[in-house]
Design a protein around this ligand. Structure first.
Ligand code: M6R
Length: 633
């Protein structure tokens, strides 16, 4: 949450900062600001609301500054008003600071600084930082031991040692006009290396059009960027040796490529994502007669799997829904008892320690604070225990270079490519693919599934991209028409059972987060225990009815809803018989095995949510109050 970008070099900074912020707007869009150094002063311009407001404000200011920082905010402490927008400055207006994160001990620091005469102009937690730096700078200049070249760096280092919390910071000062200082403690920040110019950003899309050579800072590190180069230090002040690496990201990946919204583009990329996962995770030449090795190739050695008695999965939001499908697969295919936890709950009420437990963190961004904290807690509480209690951590992420990547020793990279729309779509599909691969690999190594069944599942998975393309083609118009009818509806219910229950939850989440329509997902059989009281002619019900173990049950639960006058929308491969009779609207999906059906049934629900939100004229890619990666608790 919140995006930071910084630049020092030989080009005009403002446009580089603004175009970088455009690529980071998915992280927050409550307000934005830039600060540059020009004619011995910090020029700070901020605006409430979207980046376009800031752009308009900057239009008349032709600043030739060659150093600056920018910020796009998702409000935590303090309303989304201009006076709370970053960058924040010290009392003398010489230091500007842009922060992503939270300063937990801010109120004590704020009181101390106020007593010393520092003037606060915002309600934010992070405003303590420029004042603290100013205070250390004063001390450094008066009594400091450090060489005069390092005064600013040293003051920043001392200031960050006072801070508690999770943060990434970019700092400039009019008194040190060639230095951009960047800090990382539990929130992401990456440095980009150009020729005679250097960048920093919360995420690589912000700098990919300038450079592919990057260095992600690690926790407890700070760096000084000048036109002459980059120096990295730890918080104790020791210089570290670091080498940039090359990104494989292509600037085209972060463009809309003709689609009206990133979300629609990302929905249409899903067949390609499944293909990429199939290619990476599954050995094509495997068959039951040639079964001395696993058909799955996710880089997890059999020792990692040995003796697993239980699995805990921690995740949030859409990743939590993927984890619920993961639980179904791990229990039904690999016969391993599995629990799925909201990461934010698990942190404060962890399950009792059990031996030989595998803990999986699922997070597309790899930066979700709750998920990272739950994993860290799991690691910590198992440390020093006998071997069978020690932490075995696995991460499932779309961003292997993220904080999660540093934390876990084993990882499945979900290969969805960068996702910009705040509503997760293709990364959800990729997470499902990772769970199919993991569950099948475990089933193979524990011999819980006959090889012929394993082969059938693999064959079915290989058909998915084609079937998904067909589904997308047939549903585009249909879901658009439904959106036309339901754009003004106030409440929606989504029903599913078994492996499609999490899809009902995901359908409801997609609709509420981008269209602001109230929606709930339920296991279809639970309706009669209370929620059925909500139903009447104004509340449409979307039922996911896939032939298999619970088809007839879902159909009768749908009948119960129809008997209460609800309009019924069926997401089903069955076009005749009872389904044709009871559903008012049929949204056909291709017929695949029930076990694989969630990969297809989610697609019309994504499209329905998209078209409803687009028809309501809403900002599909940047829905209100949300941010793509939630790096605060
Ligand atoms: O990056 P993560 O997968 O950890 O993010 C978790 C949730 O914040 C995320 O899935 C959120 O619910 C999305 N807006 C869903 O579309």
């Amino acid at each position: 949450m919140c995006g930071i970008v910084g630049y020092v070099g030989t080009q005009t900074a403002t446009e580089i900062l603004l175009s970088g912020l455009e690529k980071l707007e998915y992280r927050g869009y409550d307000s934005a600001g830039v600060a540059t150094i020009w004619e011995d002063e910090v020029n700070c311009v901020r605006a409430k609301g979207k980046l376009s407001n800031l752009r308009s404000k900057l239009e008349h200011l032709q600043s030739p500054a060659q150093i600056g920082i920018g910020h796009t905010r998702w409000a935590t402490h303090g309303k989304p008003e201009e006076y709370n927008a970053h960058p924040h400055m010290d009392t003398a207006m010489r230091i500007a600071v842009a922060v992503n994160g939270i300063i937990e001990n801010y109120s004590k620091l704020r009181e101390e600084l106020k007593q010393q005469g520092y003037q606060f102009r915002s309600d934010t937690d992070v405003e303590v930082i420029p004042h603290l730096i100013a205070q250390f700078l004063k001390e450094e200049i008066a009594f400091g031991q450090s060489n005069s070249d390092s005064v600013f760096l040293e003051a920043v280092r001392k200031a960050v040692n006072e801070l508690q919390g999770a943060f990434a910071i970019a700092i400039i000062s009019a008194d040190y006009p060639d230095e951009l200082i960047v800090v990382r403690q539990q929130a992401p920040i990456v440095i980009g290396f150009g020729q005679g110019e250097f960048f920093c950003a919360s995420d690589t899309p912000a700098i990919i059009s300038h450079t592919k050579a990057v260095l992600p800072l690690e926790n407890g590190e700070l760096a000084r960027l000048t036109p002459l180069g980059v120096e990295v230090y730890n918080f104790a002040g020791q210089r570290l040796k670091k080498h940039p690496r090359l990104l494989s990201l292509n600037p085209m990946m972060v463009e809309k490529q003709g689609f009206k919204h990133f979300m629609l583009k990302e929905i249409y990329e899903q067949p390609g994502v499944v293909r990429a996962c199939l290619e990476a995770y599954f050995n094509t030449d495997w068959h039951p007669g040639n079964s001395s090795r696993s058909p799955i190739n996710i880089g997890l050695a059999s020792e990692f799997y040995a003796d697993i008695e239980q699995i805990h999965i921690v995740a949030c939001g859409t990743s939590w829904h993927a984890a619920l499908i993961g639980k179904y697969l791990l229990e039904q295919l690999a016969q391993i008892p599995t629990q799925v936890h909201y990461a934010s709950e698990f942190r404060y009420a962890p399950s009792p320690l059990t031996p030989n437990t595998l803990t999986i963190g699922v997070t597309q961004s790899g930066e979700t604070a709750d998920t990272l904290a739950a994993l860290a807690m799991e690691q910590e509480r198992r440390q020093g225990r006998e071997p069978k209690y020690q932490a075995r951590l696995l991460g499932i992420t779309n961003r292997p270079e993220s904080s999660l990547g540093y934390m876990v020793s084993h990882m499945i990279n979900t290969l969805a490519g960068i996702e910009i729309g705040v509503a997760a779509t293709k990364t959800f599909i990729a997470q499902l693919m990772a769970f199919y691969a993991l569950a099948l690999d475990l089933a193979y190594s524990r011999q819980t599934l006959p090889l012929e069944n394993l082969e059938d599942i693999l064959k079915g998975l290989r058909q998915i991209p084609k079937e998904m393309e067909a589904t997308l083609e047939s549903q585009e118009k249909l879901t658009e028409q439904l959106a036309h009818e339901f754009a003004e509806t106030q409440d929606f219910i989504f029903l599913g059972r078994g492996i499609n229950f999490p899809i009902a939850l995901e359908g409801a989440l997609k609709l509420k987060e981008i269209s602001y329509i109230h929606a709930e997902g339920y296991p279809a059989g639970e309706m009669k225990h209370g929620p059925i009281a909500l139903l009447d002619a104004k509340v449409p019900v979307v039922a996911i009815a896939v032939p298999g173990s619970v088809y007839e049950k879902v159909i009768s639960n749908a009948q119960e809803a129809k008997a209460r006058d609800s309009r019924l929308i069926g997401v089903t491969p069955v076009k005749d018989g009872e389904a044709a009779e009871i559903f008012n609207d049929l949204v056909p999906v291709s017929f695949v095995d029930e076990l694989l059906s969630p990969i297809l049934t989610v697609v019309p629900l994504q499209l329905l949510a998209y078209h409803i939100a687009a028809r309501r004229g809403l900002d599909v890619d940047q829905p209100r109050n949300l941010a793509k990666s939630v790096t605060v608790e």
